[in-house]
Design a protein around this ligand. Structure first.
Ligand code: NAP
Length: 298
């Protein structure tokens, strides 16, 4: 069986890949932060030498969007530079590489869904450093797919779903912004997509589509509508269901500005890889159930 090296194995997408890889015929070698610092080029080379993988996925990132504003140097090393280190190691080994990026590379002013070739305009450090990482990964020159995704959630890790469930148990109402539009994307669906792409990308025939792809759940919603969907699912399981009060971004100041619209056009991945992002709501129901079971157990 081929071996898949997953960097960021303890993150939302990383863990989903570690769990789903074997069902797709991969031996997965997952490395979390305690096992490797991806900013260390020698450590990355050593990990590739030790695992002799047939493909690499970079599921690491500095994902704390607000904290990145005051921690730009580290965000740049993790998001902007390390993807180039990993992509170079993959290119030298002659194996495919999948990297993840974000809707936050866009400024959010577009009224129509963003295509891969649309001009970027990141509003903050996170988006700027992730854009630098796209370029670094691409420049390494190997067989590389860069998936831009958005609003990732899972039954594990830090995410908006967990935050809403936590606050719902404590507060009489939840104030949530209703003028930022995007789409939630289950980490499990991202993992399934990567595992569908990899065998094609591994065919070293020079024909597998490479470069940037958009992949985002559907349908698009605002954060407030997402919060309502989360709390409706939770209420079915007996969790407290405070009302969601819709507010404007201006009423919820944060260190990092966020795009008003980050709806992505996913036609390219559908055309080139026959992958259509599914509705995120069934995965949300599973995530809410598992998170609440964890909350209750804990
Ligand atoms: N989360 C979202 O809403 C979202 C939206 C759009 C795109 N994305 C992109 O999707 C990808 C996966 O996101 P995710 O939500 O799964 O991220 P995540 O849950 O935050 O996981 C990222 C992992 O990377 C690890 N990491 C950070 N710096 C590292 C370093 N120097 N060396 C090794 N590991 C390091 C983190 O470890 P620690 O926890 O120990 O720091 C964490 O386990 C990322 O590329 C992200 O930019 C995410």
């Amino acid at each position: 069986m081929p071996t898949l090296l997953v960097l960021g194995a303890a993150g939302q997408v990383g863990r989903a890949l570690v769990e789903a890889g074997p069902e797709h015929g991969w031996i997965v070698r997952g490395l979390a932060r305690d096992a490797i610092d991806i900013c260390d080029a020698n450590a990355v080379k050593a990990a590739v030498a030790a695992t002799a993988p047939d493909a690499i996925v970079n599921a690491t990132a500095y994902t704390a969007v607000d904290k990145a504003e005051s921690d730009a140097e580290l965000a740049q090393r993790v998001n902007g530079e390390a993807p180039g280190i990993i992509a170079s190691a993959a290119a030298q080994a002659g194996i495919p590489f999948v990297h993840l990026s974000t809707d936050y590379v866009f400024d959010g002013a577009s009224r129509v869904p963003y295509k891969e070739a649309d001009p970027v305009g990141p509003l903050g450090v996170y988006g700027r450093t992730k854009r630098a990482g796209e370029i670094a990964a691409y420049k390494a020159g190997g067989r590389c797919v860069i998936l831009r995704t958005s609003w990732v959630f899972a039954p594990w890790g830090s995410n908006f779903v967990r935050t809403m469930l936590h606050h719902a148990a404590l507060k009489p109402e939840l104030r949530v912004v209703d003028d930022q539009r995007g789409a939630p994307t289950p980490a499990t669906d991202i993992a399934a997509t990567i595992l569908k792409i990899l065998p094609r990308l591994a065919e070293d025939d020079g024909k597998s589509p490479t470069g940037l792809f958009h992949y985002q759940g559907r349908p698009p919603v605002t954060w407030a509508a997402f919060a309502d969907a989360i709390l409706d699912e939770a209420a079915l399981l007996g969790h407290p269901r405070p009302p969601v009060v819709r507010i404007a971004t201006a009423d919820w100041p944060t260190p990092a500005a966020r795009p008003a619209s980050s709806v992505l056009d996913c036609a390219r991945i559908s055309r080139d890889y026959d992958i259509t992002p599914p509705d995120w709501r069934p995965a949300l129901a599973r995530a809410v159930k598992e998170l609440l079971a964890g909350v209750k157990a804990g």
